[in-house]
Design a binder for this molecule. Structure first.
Ligand code: CP3
Length: 366
């Protein structure tokens, strides 16, 4: 059997369920907080641990992933953790080579160039086998975290992964992958469908391994216009959540799902009606407007400008207070609007976390 979905009663008991409660829309005493890329180069202990090791070798070591996931929890009072891994392990599992080139970022030496290249991808992906190292990392971390906070699993979304597989790296214009959408729409849909199938198995495998929530990163949503978003992003995002939720329901499990479609303003209303429990927002969206557009149907996550962490501590506290007033303190998970940068000061993260907890407790008393 590919995926065992039984509950795992032998994991340590969860001590802080604030994040899960907010995700499910239940009352919380304070606003839970975590940061995208909370395990990263801004931490000296992360740089020390990663020094001289290849990035994807690190991803393939469950012990290393566990250690890097736990590092930020030793320093900060976060209400959730996210497993250390990368979204590009999925294209690797489908048969593509990906390298992490220092100073350049992820690079595919042999990206997909034209529709025939789809033949280079494995037709049948044994997710349980190919991504076993991620599942092992999750199970190990779930034990080692000792129930302190919930562990989030994640995946890249189909469109974002397709864009890396065709561009071969990051891009300013994304003209290669966008040209596929206009020249080969049917082949594009075939590729997105194949990614979706792998992603569904991958997320279910993560839950079976011990993930207590799931986040889907559609980091490149914003390079599309509303028409292309509705055609090439939204249907697959919906399909992923619906299929994962349906399968989990069969075994009586309810695992909150978060969707992060960066810069997709026009997609907010649709995303709030796409089977996800939480919509995660980048910093360009006004909290009150986001509440209006999502109509109180989902919880919201985000969305402080990561660069606000460069501000003095007192200013960070003010920015957080304004953000909390915009979102309100319920059905809300505080986070940044995108990942942290390597030159950020860990002290600022501590100030951010403290401000969220302090202001939200005060607001809840009023
Ligand atoms: O703490 C966490 O948030 C968990 C771990 C995590 C990583 N990558 C670790 C990582 C997560 C959730 C990701 C997801 C990811 N990876 C995304 C989606 C989120 C987003 O940022 O929009 C994307 C687009 C990637 C692809 C990727 N991996 C990029 C663009 C980079 C940066 C390359 C660079 O040189 O800065 C990576 C590398 C990466 N992934 C790092 C970390 C901590 C830094 C590199 C290192 O440790 O050597």
């Amino acid at each position: 059997d590919l995926i065992h979905l039984e509950a795992r009663p032998y994991f340590p008991q969860l001590k802080n369920d604030t994040f899960l409660r907010a995700a499910r829309g239940e009352q919380t005493q304070h606003v839970p907080v975590w940061c995208m890329r909370q395990a990263g180069r801004y931490l000296p202990e992360f740089r020390e641990f990663r020094a001289g090791k290849d990035f994807f070798d690190t991803c393939r070591s469950p012990e290393a992933c566990c250690e890097l996931t736990l590092q930020p929890l030793r320093r900060f009072d976060f209400d959730a953790s996210i497993i250390f891994s990368d979204i590009l392990v999925v294209p690797q599992a489908m048969g593509m080579e990906v390298q992490m080139v220092p100073g350049k970022g992820p690079t595919f030496p042999d990206p997909l160039k034209d529709p025939e290249d789809l033949q280079r991808l494995k037709t049948k992906v044994d997710v349980q086998k190919e991504l076993d190292y991620v599942f092992k990392a999750i199970t190990l971390t779930r034990h080692k975290i000792e129930g302190k906070v919930p562990l989030i699993g994640f995946t890249g979304a189909p469109w974002t992964l397709m864009s890396y597989m065709i561009e071969g790296s990051g891009s300013k214009t994304f003209s290669k992958v966008k040209s596929w959408l206009y020249r080969y729409p049917e082949v594009s849909h075939m590729l997105l469908k194949r990614l979706t199938d792998v992603i569904v198995d991958y997320l279910l495998g993560q839950v079976a391994a011990g993930a207590q929530a799931l986040q889907v990163f559609e980091s490149h949503a914003g390079i599309l216009g509303p028409v292309e978003f509705k055609a090439f992003c939204l249907p697959y995002l919906r399909d992923i959540a619906r299929r994962v939720k349906d399968q989990l329901k069969e075994t009586g499990q309810d695992v909150p799902m978060i969707v992060f479609a960066k810069d997709a303003h026009y997609g907010l209303e649709d995303l709030s009606q796409s089977y996800y429990d939480v919509v995660s927002l980048d910093w360009t969206i006004d909290p009150r407007l986001a509440r209006e557009q999502t109509g109180g149907k989902v919880s919201l996550q985000g969305n402080m400008d990561p660069c606000a962490l460069y501000a003095p501590k007192e200013r960070i506290s003010e920015i957080v207070k304004t953000m909390l007033e915009g979102f309100g303190t319920q059905r809300y998970i505080a986070n940044l609007g995108h990942g942290m940068y390597p030159d950020m000061d860990p002290e600022s993260v501590a100030a951010f976390v403290e401000a969220v907890h302090k202001h939200s407790r005060q607001m809840n008393k009023q």
